[in-house]
Write a protein that binds this ligand. Structure first.
Ligand code: G6P
Length: 611
């Protein structure tokens, strides 16, 4: 949610900032801006709308200077507009600030500053930070101390990049509850909300932790805690490929990421389920028999797509361990005073590892002495760093706002965790484990077979692109995939779509079914097949068009559904990974037909670092 970037060195900064912002646009894209120090003054250019608008402005009137900060916004305080865009500057242009997060006590501070004579031009919380730093600076404490005094006053969440007119050699950064990395270059340094923004320049980064601030010059980086003691950090070497964050010939990141799934699943399975071993490699994760025996309950907490992956984990873990598992969305979990003690295991699932509600759920659990296992994609993210144990899904950077490859990798991760617990609890025989293993080893090929059907799914999307009401129905794990399929359609095609447990449909929503409704029924669960088939008949009888997603061999008679997508056969627990793929492709092609902005859908942001 909002992306920030900063540069200090000996190159012209505006190009570097724009390039960084391009790679951060997935975090917010309703307006953007940069502030560049030309040696004497700070020059600010900002523009409402996508980054291209800003680029146009800069091309017309270039800004020069080797120190700069930039921002791409997802509006929280004040509508997207030129004025509300970041960077925000203090009245006389002494201080410029970019900010990701929310300053919760900004109204009190704003009133205080107005009384002192400050004039506000925007509706944002961030402008308060610029004026407050300016205020302290003008008391004579010095630039860095002015930022420090401000950090002591502001409440809420922030990643900040700050520059001062009188210090063309200094960039100050700070963080609380919003991600910030510092890129280490040679005679140049960077800050960014996320690694891809600076990966073209350096692979060496420091992760700033909460309540730390950094004083960055072109040849030095000093990091301090709020006691003003210098903090020594380890350098983190980014190992993934730069190409992973590029489109690589695909029209959209989303379709590229959908197509990456066979490789990612194959790598994850090979790493965690070595072919020649009869166990799941859970290195570094405390989930041995004695650890599991200690548990009285497990929570699985996440948001959005990650929550859906968590729901699959819930079904499997509960079935095998017989320990009660409660799955919850993080924004609810954190406010409902859940029962947590030292016998609780909290599993958080997060692609970005930065989602504010999920991070807070983790912290609540830790404060109450629970153990926390994080299933995370972004290496070195806040959730990964604060959890006791981390299961990395290793899906590489996911740029499309709508999550696809991270979802299937999260599901596989949850399944591996569940099967590992089953082995530890004695709930799986060696033979059963061998069958599961061979199923996992075929997953990549089977996903590939579904991807080969992309043209057919595209044709279906074209056929149904006029639909305005869509229901996804399924039972058991198919219901979970229905939720994910429905979310994808909402996110990128802006279609009204609901997921319903197939058996629940007749308790109300069936009243909405008519001949303009499209129902997508998922039927991968063998023992529930006939039940869901009956539900299909109920909606067909009321005029709905039906697309069924079923496994090969479970034939659906002509006339029972209007269209059928057959997916390769797989055991019940693994089939959701396969069923998700046609749902992703259908949403993608629907959005394609409708001409929406697929990778950056309206109103959304990939990394939600505000509540
Ligand atoms: C946002 C994204 C979703 C994502 C959710 C949770 O809403 O648009 O795609 O599923 O956040 O994000 P996380 O990074 O915690 O998985």
């Amino acid at each position: 949610m909002c992306g920030i970037v900063g540069y200090i060195g000996n190159q012209q900064s505006s190009g570097i900032l724009i390039d960084g912002l391009k790679r951060l646009e997935y975090r917010g894209y309703d307006s953007a801006g940069i502030a560049v120090h030309d040696g004497e003054n700070i020059n600010v250019v900002k523009s409402k709308g996508k980054l291209v608008n800003l680029v146009e402005k800069i091309n017309k009137a270039p800004v020069r200077g080797t120190l700069g900060i930039g921002h791409t916004r997802w509006a929280t305080h004040g509508a997207p507009s030129d004025i509300n865009s970041h960077p925000h500057i203090s009245g006389d242009g002494t201080i410029a600030v970019v900010h990701n997060g929310i300053i919760e006590n900004y109204i009190d501070i704003k009133n205080e500053l107005i009384e002192k004579g400050y004039t506000f031009v925007s509706e944002t919380d961030t402008e308060t930070v610029a004026h407050l730093i300016d205020y302290y600076y003008k008391t004579g404490v010095g630039f860095v101390d002015a930022v420090y005094e401000t950090l002591k006053r502001i409440e809420g969440s922030y990643a900040l990049g700050v520059i001062c007119k009188d210090f063309p050699d200094t960039l100050v950064a700070a963080r609380k509850n919003c991600p910030l990395v510092i890129g280490i270059g040679k005679n140049e340094n960077f800050i960014a909300s996320d690694i891809p923004a600076i990966l073209h320049h350096t692979r060496k980064v420091y992760f700033l932790d909460d309540m730390e601030f950094a004083v960055i010059k072109s040849d030095s980086i000093k990091i301090f805690n709020m006691d003003k003691n210098e903090v020594k950090k380890d350098i983190f070497n980014v190992e993934w490929d730069i190409d992973a964050a590029e489109k690589g010939g695909y029209e959209h990141f989303m379709i590229k990421e959908i197509n990456e799934q066979p490789r990612i699943i194959n790598e994850l399975v090979s790493m965690r389920m070595p072919k020649d071993k009869n166990f799941i490699d859970m290195s570094g994760i405390k989930l041995k028999k004695e650890d599991i025996n200690e548990l009285n309950r497990i929570y699985i907490v996440a948001c959005g797509t990650a929550y859906h992956a968590g729901l699959i984990g819930k079904t499997l873990i509960e079935k095998f361990t017989k320990i009660p598992v409660i799955a919850d969305v993080a924004s609810e979990f954190r406010y409902r005073e859940p029962v947590i003690d030292e016998k609780t295991l909290l599993i958080v699932v997060s692609q970005s590892g930065e989602t504010a509600d999920t991070l807070e759920a983790l912290r609540i659990a830790k404060r109450n002495s629970a153990r926390v296992l994080a299933v995370v994609n972004a290496v070195g993210s806040s959730i990964a760093r604060e959890a006791d144990d981390v299961f990395y899904i290793l899906a590489g950077p996911e740029i499309s706002v709508a999550s696809t490859k991270a979802f299937t990798a999260q599901v596989v991760a949850m399944e591996l965790i569940a099967f590992n617990m089953a082995i530890e609890c004695g709930a799986l025989s060696k033979e059963e484990f061998e069958t599961i293993k061979s199923e996992f080893y075929c997953l990549d090929t089977k996903i590939g077979q579904i991807l080969d059907e992309s043209e057919k799914i595209k044709a279906l999307a074209e056929k149904y692109s006029k639909s305005r009401n869509v229901f996804f129905i399924g039972r058991g794990l198919d219901y979970v995939v229905s939720k994910e399929g429905s979310l994808k359609l909402k996110e990128i095609a802006y279609l009204h779509s609901e997921a319903y447990a197939a058996g629940e449909l007749k308790h109300g929503p069936i009243a909405m079914i008519d001949d303009e409704t499209l129902v997508i029924a998922i039927l991968t669960q063998e023992k529930l097949f006939d039940k869901t088939l009956s539900n299909i008949k109920e909606v067909k009888a009321r005029g709905a068009s039906v697309i069924a997603i079923a496994v090969e061999g479970n034939n659906i008679a002509a006339g029972e559904a209007d269209d059928i997508i057959y997916i390769p056969r797989a055991m019940w627990s693994i089939a959701p990974v396969l069923a998700a793929v046609p749902a992703q492709l259908f949403a993608y092609y629907m959005a394609y037909c409708l001409g929406t902005d697929i990778d950056q859908p309206r109103n959304l942001a990939k990394s939600v670092t505000v509540e």
